[in-house]
Write a protein that binds this ligand. Structure first.
Ligand SMILES: [Ca+2]
Ligand SMILES: [Ca+2]
Length: 227
């Protein structure tokens, strides 16, 4: 799994320059899959950055979550932000079956608090054996998962927007296809008819959520949701 500091393109960017106080998106991606997975969970340290919730996961008209893309046809999403902490917890699970899918799993919005370098750090098992960033198999057993962080360089200066690359002239034929694919990915979370609308409704219903929790295992049950 990896932090893509610039989710506007599919490649993993390990560093970007951002302006203090200006919200920006990053994505958390599933990468280098060698074993079929059923669940992923995320623990992310974001010292020096402010997390900006963009998605109302529990339907109380108060956004508290990052956005799940539905990668792997996952259907159970959780975000847990811990007050007085710079660590965010979340994850998603398939209700059945496993997948080899890779790509963007979560889109999150942050902003720089002050000039300097800030790291978005995926928590390792050595740092929190109870809840670290990993993929898990159908039995909720953690799989060996490579983790890659990203560095956000925060500047107080006004940054000029990244210019849109000019259209290729006699260039690489794949470029328009990549752009189209990226646009579809970006549009997916905003589509109210998507898979996650039903998922959120299920989470809002206590009984349905409890059934899903039981089905997904106990990997996050020890964490209180939205404490
Ligand atoms: Ca990228
Ligand atoms: Ca909410």
């Amino acid at each position: 799994m990896a932090v893509d500091a610039d989710p506007s393109d599919p490649d993993i960017d390990s560093g970007v320059l951002r302006q203090v106080g200006e919200p920006f998106q990053v994505s958390f991606d599933i990468t280098n899959v060698s074993t079929r997975w059923a669940v992923y969970r995320l623990a992310v340290d974001h010292a020096g950055l402010t997390f900006i919730p963009t998605f109302d996961l529990d339907l109380d008209d108060d956004p508290e979550s990052w956005e799940y893309t539905g990668l792997g046809v996952t259907a159970l999403d959780v975000v847990v932000s811990v007050p007085q902490s710079n660590r965010l917890y979340g994850g998603s699970a398939r209700t059945s079956g496993t997948t080899m899918d890779t790509g963007k799993a979560v889109i999150a919005t942050f902003q720089c608090e002050e000039p300097g370098a800030s790291t978005l750090h995926l928590v390792r098992s050595s740092e929190d054996p109870d809840f670290y960033t990993t993929t898990l198999d159908g039995g909720a057993v953690p799989l060996i998962t490579s983790l890659a962080d990203a560095t956000i360089t925060c500047s107080a200066d006004t940054l000029t927007p990244t210019p849109t690359p000019p259209a290729a002239v006699g260039g690489i034929a794949e470029l328009p296809l990549l752009a189209a694919s990226s646009a579809e990915e970006a549009a997916a979370p905003a589509d109210g008819s998507g898979w996650w609308t039903g998922s959120s409704a299920a989470l809002a219903g206590g009984l349905a959520a409890a059934v899903l929790v039981a089905a997904a295992g106990t990997w996050y049950a020890r964490r209180r949701w939205l404490r």
